[in-house]
Structure formats: C-alpha cells, structure tokens
Design a binder for this molecule. Structure first.
Ligand SMILES: [Fe+2]
Length: 183
C-alpha cells in the first residue's frame, strides 16, 4: 500500500475502533444498570464478570487508537436494541410483569453481545485483508470478540434456567389478573 492509502486506511480504522469504543462505553453503563436490577444471583455474578471484561475492552481499544495516533472517544453509542410498533410497546409496558421485564432485558443482553461479536469479527477480517501494521490489532480484537462470544453463549446456555426460575411468578400473575387483551 502507498503511504496515502495507509493514511486513509488508518483514519478509517481509527473511526471504526472509536465506534466500537463508544459501543463498549454504552455497554459498561448498561451492565452497571443490569447488575443493579437483576434478581437472579448467577446472572448478577456473570454480569459483574462481563463488566470487568468490558472495562478491559475499553482499555484495549483506547490503546489501539492511541497507538495509531487517534483520540479515544468518551462518547456512548446507542446500543443495537429492537424497537416495536407503538401500540405493541404500549401493551407490553402495560402488561409486563417484573419477571417478564427481566427476561426481556436478558434477551436484549444476548442481542447486544451477538451484535458486538459481529462488529469485532468484521474488524478482524478487515485487518487481515489490510495486512501490515493492521495485523497488530488482530490479537486484542480477537480477545475482545471471544469475550463477547462467551458472554452471548453464557446467556443462551443459562436462559432455560433463568426462565424456569421466573416462570412460576409470571404464571401466578397471569392467573391473578383479568386478561388485558383478547386472543
Ligand atoms: Fe459485551
């Protein structure tokens, strides 16, 4: 690659790393909230573990950006969460029990972790393609991607157990209330 091509590739890569850092910054904030709100001890413990990992991810990304003469961002990105039609969202808010809300939040956690995996996978592939100095980023990015994958896998593996713990209360709430809508 010519020097100008390397410079442009460098700038684009700094931008991508900063976008990932903004995602981690938002992720750390969300994990802190999730640790506070979850009622399941094993989920709390795992979220605390992933909070520590995410703080390491922030440092690794900051380091990579600084090594490339970029400025690490302190911005927080909007996380990739599903949105719903307004009437469905209103019905969900009106009818969801605390336990259903917890399951929904856990579902969102899994979506976020898988989105993070996609983001790091694409960056790693671009580094492999660009070669040269970009190869140095593959190690740290792979470490981060593996942590994200392990977190996504943990949630997937433990979701039946979480559901089993929350289900009785969801069912008793259903039994105790009049149907809010007709099927
Ligand atoms: Fe994560």
């Amino acid at each position: 690659m010519s020097k100008s091509t390397i410079d442009i590739t460098n700038q684009k890569f700094i931008l991508e790393l900063n976008a990932a850092l903004a995602m981690e910054n938002a992720g750390v904030e969300r994990l802190q909230t999730r640790i506070e709100e979850t009622s399941l001890p094993e989920a709390k413990q795992r979220l605390e573990h992933h909070l520590e990992e995410s703080q390491q991810h922030q440092q690794l990304l900051q380091q990579l950006i600084s090594n490339m003469n970029g400025n690490p961002t302190s911005e927080k990105l909007g996380l990739p969460l599903p949105s719903y039609p307004q009437d469905m969202k209103a019905m969900m808010d009106k009818t969801m029990t605390k336990q259903e809300y917890e399951l929904k939040r856990s579902e969102e956690d899994m979506i976020i972790e898988n989105a993070e995996v996609c983001c790091y996978l694409m960056m790693i592939q671009k580094c492999q393609m660009a070669g040269g100095i970009f190869l140095d980023a593959i190690g740290p990015l792979s470490k981060i991607m593996n942590d994200e994958q392990e977190q996504a896998d943990w949630i997937k593996t433990h979701s039946p157990g979480m559901l089993a713990q929350l289900w009785p209360k969801i069912q008793s709430a259903v039994a105790a209330s009049a149907p809010p809508f007709s099927l």
